[in-house]
Design a protein around this ligand. Structure first.
Ligand code: NAP
Length: 267
């Protein structure tokens, strides 16, 4: 029996257990996915203890993503993003840390036929999700304009990301007018009817990915659909970060449709 899990605090409402266990059932794997809620001071012991106990893999969420970076051997992308959300314990050396949020966003976009090489992207937000999406898009060949409420954070992030520029939220119309891809990586719209981008900035040549998945149809996505844009909800990004973790851990292609159904039936 392989044991996988999620480290976070709180983790009570996580959708990862049903999503991963649906995949184990589909492929006939003898595995379980459980949640762990260590105290904030115990994250080091928790990860080393998981390794000692033979746990196969862990996802990591708030507030431990940055701490985990210091405890595992992180991949280059996770190091640049500054956060680890997936740990693989299968090697003989120290556990490897990945950031699958970046790949999750890229796979969500590619699944909707977006060609990122040479594209112009606007990322709203410069927190954890904004960092992951910005590095991911730049690695995929996009030019990235990062816009954030605290403008200095957008400039600081843009200095780290290739072909990126930093902006405040003020000039959104101008930024989005020329863009092919828009990603909301702020928490604006989460359990509210707010949007980080004015409706009149949206247009029909745009693909809009909202990282927010509660509600599944945010005001931004409604406005984008009304403007004729292609819309991708946050459950796609959540799905593909889990798919990517599953594939890292098991070395097998994930049953994406089964995981998607398990996730969406609970949203
Ligand atoms: P975070 O690190 O706390 O960053 C929050 C971001 O939202 C910052 O850029 C912040 O701007 C901005 N923000 C917050 N309130 C705002 C407001 N009222 N107006 C304008 N900007 C505001 O959070 P995170 O981890 O990046 O998560 C952001 C969102 O992405 C959350 O909704 C999270 O659930 C979602 N997410 C989804 C996935 C997925 O798989 N779908 C993965 C990761 C995250 P300042 O810097 O100015 O404070």
């Amino acid at each position: 029996m392989d044991v996988y899990g999620l480290l976070g605090n709180p983790v009570g409402h996580s959708l990862s257990p049903p999503m991963h266990e649906a995949a184990y059932d589909e492929l006939g794997l003898e595995a379980r996915y459980v949640t762990f809620e260590p105290d904030e001071d115990d994250i080091d012991d928790a990860i080393r203890g998981a390794d000692a106990l033979g746990i196969a893999g862990l996802n990591v969420t708030i507030p431990f993503k940055q701490d985990a970076l210091e405890i595992v051997a992180p991949e280059d992308l996770a190091t640049r993003i500054g956060a680890v959300n997936t740990i693989d314990f299968s090697g003989s050396g120290p556990p490897t840390g990945y950031n699958t949020d970046a790949v999750g966003a890229l796979r969500a976009l590619r699944d909707h036929d977006v060609d990122l090489e040479g594209s112009r992207a606007v990322v709203v937000g410069a927190g954890g999700a904004g960092r992951a999406v910005s590095f991911g898009l730049a690695d995929a060949g996009a030019t990235v304009a990062i816009a954030n409420r605290t403008e200095s954070k957008a400039h600081a992030l843009a200095d780290e990301v290739s072909r990126a520029t930093g902006h405040g939220l003020g000039g959104m119309q101008r930024l989005v007018a020329d863009a092919d891809v828009l990603v909301n990586a702020t928490s604006v719209g989460m359990d509210s009817a707010e949007t980080p981008v004015p409706a009149d900035a949206l247009h029909d040549e745009l693909t809009v990915l909202d990282a927010v998945y509660t509600p599944i149809e945010t005001r931004l996505l409604r406005d984008a659909a009304a403007a004729g844009a292609t819309t991708i909800d946050g459950a796609w990004m959540l799905l593909y970060q889990g798919v990517e973790a599953f594939e890292i851990w098991t070395g097998r292609d994930a049953p994406v449709d089964v995981m998607n159904s398990a996730l969406r039936s609970r949203l």
